[in-house]
Design a binder for this molecule. Structure first.
Ligand code: 13P
Length: 250
C-alpha cells in the first residue's frame, strides 16, 4: 500500500529562530505519527539549518524549487547537485505560484522534474487548475496537459521515484478547500492517466492533495481512496497543526 506523505511547503516564511522552534515541535511529536511520512520544504537559505536539525530523524526535507540547469552563469538559481549537498530527499516542482507568478511553463516544469531525477532527488510535481478553468469545465484537460509534459519527457516509469500533488489554484491560501469528492475525482483521473501508460506505476504513485488543508478537514480528505497525503502551506507553519494533519492520515 501507499504510505501517506504529509509535506509542509513553508513558502517564503520563517526565520532562523522560528524554524528552530517549528522543527523542535515537529521532532518531538513525530513518533506517534510514524505511520505517515513527514517532510518539510524551507526556503533555500535555511536548508543547512534544516539538515542539521533533522539529520538522524524520520522527517525528510527538500526545497520548493530548483534550476533546470546543471551549473554555470544562472544568477539567482540553485542546482540539483547543490540540493544533494544538503541531502534533500524531495523537491517541489511546478507549484502554481511558480507557474503563475514566475511564468514557469509546462515545458520548463518538465525539465526541472528531469533535473531533479538526474541527481537522484524525488520531484513532487504540482498540478492544478485555476477557478476560471474549473468554471469552464476544463479541469481535467488542464491537469492532463500539465502531467503529459512530464510523461512525454521522462516516461511513466519516472513516477516510481516521484510524487504528484494536486493543488487546485482556487483552494491555495484561500481557506476554500476542495471537497473530498472534488479532490478524489481529480486524483482518480490523474491515476487513470498514469494507468493508461503503466498500471503498476499508477497503483504505486502517491498523489497528494494541497489547498487550505488543515487538521479540521484532513480526516475526510485523507480517507479518500486516491488521496495519499497532503502538501500543506499555511497549516504547516505550526508544529501542532502540522502533526494533527499527519495524525489524520494514520
Ligand atoms: P495552503 O495550505 O496555505 O492553502 O497552501 C497550499 C500550497 O500551496 C502547498 O503547496
Amino acid at each position: 500500500m501507499r504510505r501517506k506523505l504529509v509535506a509542509g511547503n513553508w513558502k517564503m516564511n520563517g526565520s532562523s529562530e522560528s524554524i528552530r522552534g517549528l522543527l523542535q515541535g515537529i521532532k518531538e511529536g513525530a513518533a506517534p505519527v510514524a505511520a505517515v511520512e513527514l517532510a518539510v520544504f524551507p526556503p533555500f537559505v535555511y536548508l543547512g539549518l534544516v539538515e542539521q536539525q533533522l539529520s538522524g530523524t524520520t522527517v525528510a526535507w527538500g526545497t520548493q524549487n530548483l534550476s533546470e540547469q546543471v551549473s554555470g552563469a544562472f544568477t539567482g538559481e540553485v542546482a540539483g547537485s547543490m540540493l544533494n549537498d544538503f541531502h534533500c530527499a524531495y523537491v517541489i516542482v511546478g507549484h502554481s505560484e511558480r507557474r503563475t507568478l514566475y511564468g514557469e511553463t509546462d515545458d520548463l516544469v518538465a525539465r526541472k522534474f528531469a533535473a531533479a531525477r538526474k541527481v537522484g532527488i524525488k520531484p513532487i510535481l504540482c498540478v492544478g487548475e485555476t477557478l476560471e478553468e474549473r468554471d469552464q469545465g476544463v479541469t481535467e484537460s488542464v491537469v492532463e496537459r500539465q502531467l503529459k509534459a512530464v510523461l512525454d519527457l521522462e516516461g511513466v516509469e519516472a513516477f516510481n521515484d516521484a510524487v504528484i500533488a494536486y493543488e487546485p489554484v482556487w483552494a491555495i491560501g484561500t481557506g476554500r478547500t476542495a471537497t473530498p469528492q472534488q479532490a478524489q475525482e481529480v486524483h482518480a483521473f490523474i491515476r487513470a492517466k498514469l494507468a493508461e501508460r503503466n498500471s503498476t506505476v499508477a497503483a504505486k504513485t502517491r498523489i497528494l492533495y494541497g489547498g487550505s488543508m488543515k487538521a479540521a478537514n484532513a480526516v475526510e480528505l485523507l480517507a479518500m481512496a486516491d488521496i495519499d497525503g497532503g502538501l500543506i502551506g499555511g497549516a504547516s507553519l505550526e508544529a501542532k497543526e502540522f502533526l494533527a494533519i499527519a495524525r489524520a492520515g494514520c
